[in-house]
Write a protein that binds this ligand. Structure first.
Ligand SMILES: Cc1cc2nc3c(=O)[nH]c(=O)nc-3n(C[C@H](O)[C@H](O)[C@H](O)COP(=O)(O)O)c2cc1C
Ligand code: SF4
Length: 652
């Protein structure tokens, strides 16, 4: 076995009286793998596989402490005996895998993410900033009941074998509504000064300590910086930390940023943020916590950064959600110095899925939540009948099909028109702030090299060349191309986003204007606009829809709006593009049919629904089995491309 690559990260730590085998923690991650508020096998496996993958401390996703916390059907109940068998099984298996399991106790209070619960309750009568729900204001008796609900749920988890709980006091939910002067305007014993605002959570912690004993871990996730005027900033967070430290109820603290207002952008900081963006806040809190361990979290991915966090005293534990969604075996790979960690690129795709109420899904981890996930890529079954396989197209779908087929033992030739792998995604990577996406391609390329894929790059192959290799099977991953905007007059001459990108690399800033026509609404479309504002004085964004960024999760969409507003991009919704000549663009209102003209436009750039490129298929099918993957099958998103490549790779 290799030596430990990150010795500090993989040293044990005590939380209260319990030794945790290392400093790697799964930060709470809602999976929506529950069904009818009930634990499923997949819910269990998500946690167990990460324990098998070497994580020391595992914080479960939110568990509802009260019927009023049942925001949607995938959230599991902790307030009754309904899930006890599932809790027991999860705790037993996590324990057997060497991990310590905590349940995250949750009540949303006024903050209603999916739709208002039966009877939203809150601290004060102010509306939730996401849904503008105005809650029923809790009386002192109702507060007492909810304190009891937290304690009872913790006690249930303790009886089921959990090592402890984490109280969810971050992200604007009920506990942080009490803590924050922004949301707590009460004038009774639960509001006002720091003593009043912390009373609710102190009562919960005191009750849990009394009921569950000294060995039961109690952690508190709270705001490090709520990011709203009058809310909890790092100075206030430090004061709160000192106050909680003095109670001696808590075994660790962790700090999440933002709440479900516009500060949500910091809650799951995306690829536009720096790696480890908030570690300084954690260092500050670690000073205040007076020896009580702090879990640093937020946009942490690389083992080197995680090791540095421990070595340089930014935190005592390193919490990660997205890095561990992408790779359940992150910890084991980091420990043994493996370089093949399947990386997160922090685009928040997975976060968007669960916040739409769908099960958690990830771009390039098709085994997410499956039994055996932690070992999945090392255990691809080899074939008894090795074939010769030609994969045409070296974008993410083709690359995936190629390495998986090679891992199965097939002889694989991968043809790519460009000298680099990546296809269309290569351009995406070059857009402002999107460089991290390249990590997905690097991982695939590494896997392709490991499994001996023969790369034939830099040539656009024809059917004869493919057939000359005498393949037994061909995988077509030739992608798709943008269509002209429908309804645009034939003599107009706009350029695709890709053409603009390639041609403008060497151009100087132009004093003129440019118009971007958006029929895509994905994150990279707005990366093109971020690039355009570097070249043009005035950029207009036009879309036929009534809103923009509809294919971007609503957390990262805030960043898109922020950048567009800062760059003074003019946003025009509900308009089609109908003409472009002599520097004048005509757009037509989709409701009224009225035309609107934009003058002094030097360039019109568009992204539109794509057309598959499948010209090779009819020339090949008579001679050999052909599968299509990715955009060439049907133009969709990155996850669909990679998952389809993976499936076809397995099926050969
Ligand atoms: C898909 C997803 C689900 C999450 N669910 C929860 C949750 O149930 N409870 C919670 O406190 N935080 C939740 N978070 C936030 C994470 O715990 C963490 O604070 C945040 O993602 C930053 O860490 P990261 O950069 O390692 O992802 C979730 C994050 C993601 C991406
Ligand atoms: S979907 Fe995106 S943000 Fe989520 S784990 Fe994968 S790469 Fe990271």
């Amino acid at each position: 076995m290799n030596r430990t690559a990150c010795p500090n990260l993989f040293s044990p730590i005590n939380l209260g009286n319990r030794e945790i085998r290392n400093r790697v923690a799964l930060a709470a991650t809602l999976t929506n793998f529950g069904r009818d508020n009930t634990i499923t096998d997949r819910w269990v496996s998500f946690l167990v596989e990460r324990a098998r993958g070497g994580v020391g401390l595992l914080v479960s996703e939110i568990i509802a402490v009260d019927p009023e916390a049942l925001a949607q059907q995938a959230i599991v109940t902790g307030f009754d005996e309904h899930n006890e068998a599932g809790f027991r099984e999860t705790a037993r298996l996590v324990d057997a895998a060497g991990g310590a399991l905590l349940g995250q106790l949750w009540h949303p209070g006024r903050q209603q993410l999916w739709h208002p619960t039966r009877s939203p309750i809150g601290v004060s009568e102010q509306p939730d900033s996401l849904s503008w729900t105005v809650p029923h204001v809790m009386s002192a008796t109702e507060i007492e009941r909810v304190v009891g609900a937290f304690v009872k749920t913790a006690h249930r988890l303790a009886r089921c074998g959990f090592a402890g709980v984490e109280l969810h006091g971050a992200h604007g939910y009920l506990i942080s509504q009490f803590l924050s002067p922004w949301s707590n305007t009460r004038e009774d014993a639960y509001g006002g000064d720091i003593d009043g605002r912390t009373r609710f959570v102190r009562e919960i912690a005191a009750g849990i300590r009394e009921t569950c004993g000294a060995n039961f871990i109690i952690g508190l996730k709270m705001p490090g910086d709520e990011g709203v005027p009058g809310g909890i900033d790092p100075t206030e967070s430090e004061r709160l930390t000192r106050c909680f430290t003095a109670t001696e109820y808590f075994d660790y603290f962790s700090y999440g940023q933002g709440n479900f207002s516009l500060s949500l952008e910091t809650h799951v900081p995306d690829l536009h943020f720096r790696p480890g963006h908030f570690i300084e806040i954690h260092k500050q809190m670690r000073t205040a916590s007076n020896g009580i361990p702090v879990m640093a979290l937020g946009r942490i991915n690389s083992p080197a950064l995680a090791e540095q966090i421990i070595t340089d005293g930014y935190g005592d534990l390193v919490g990660m959600a997205r890095a561990l969604i992408a790779d359940a075996a992150w910890a084991e790979k980091a420990k043994t110095g493996r370089t093949d960690i399947r990386p997160t690129v922090f685009d928040n795709w997975c976060w968007g899925e669960v916040h739409m109420g769908k099960p958690l899904a990830e771009h390039h981890n098709p085994y997410l939540g499956a039994l055996g996930e932690a070992l999945s890529e090392d255990c691809i079954e080899t074939t008894a009948v090795p074939k010769s396989v030609a994969v045409v197209g070296a974008g993410p779908a083709g690359l995936e099909a190629a390495w998986v087929a090679a891992a199965r033992g097939h002889r694989v030739n991968l043809y790519g028109a460009s000298t680099d792998v990546g296809g269309r995604l290569r351009l995406d990577v070059e857009l402002p702030g999107r460089a991290e996406v390249a990590a997905i391609l690097s991982y695939q390329q590494q896997m392709a090299e490991r499994h001996g894929v023969v790369m034939e790059l830099g040539q656009r192959v024809d059917a004869t060349t493919v057939l000359d290799g005498q393949p037994d099977a061909v995988v077509l991953a030739t992608g798709a191309t943008l269509r002209r905007p429908p309804g645009l007059s034939l003599d107009a001459d706009p350029v695709t986003a890709a053409d603009f990108f390639v041609s403008n690399h060497t151009n100087q800033h132009s004093a003129g204007g440019a118009l971007f026509f958006d029929m895509d609404h994905g994150a990279s479309a707005y990366g093109v606009v971020d690039l355009m504002v570097q070249y043009f004085d005035h950029v207009i964004l036009v879309t036929p829809r009534t809103q923009i960024a509809q294919n971007v999760n609503y957390c990262s969409a805030i960043g898109i709006h922020r950048r567009l507003h800062h760059a003074q991009v003019e946003i025009v919704t509900a308009h089609d593009l109908v003409d472009y000549r002599e520097n004048t663009v005509t757009c037509r209102n989709v409701f009224t049919g009225e035309d609107r003209r934009f003058e002094e436009i030097d360039d019109v750039i568009y992204v539109t629904p794509r057309i598959v490129i499948d010209t090779l298929e009819p020339l090949l099918t008579a001679r050999v089995d052909v599968d299509r993957v990715g955009d060439c099958q049907s133009p969709r998103n990155l996850m669909a491309a990679i998952h389809s490549g993976h499936l076809v790779g397995l099926s050969l």
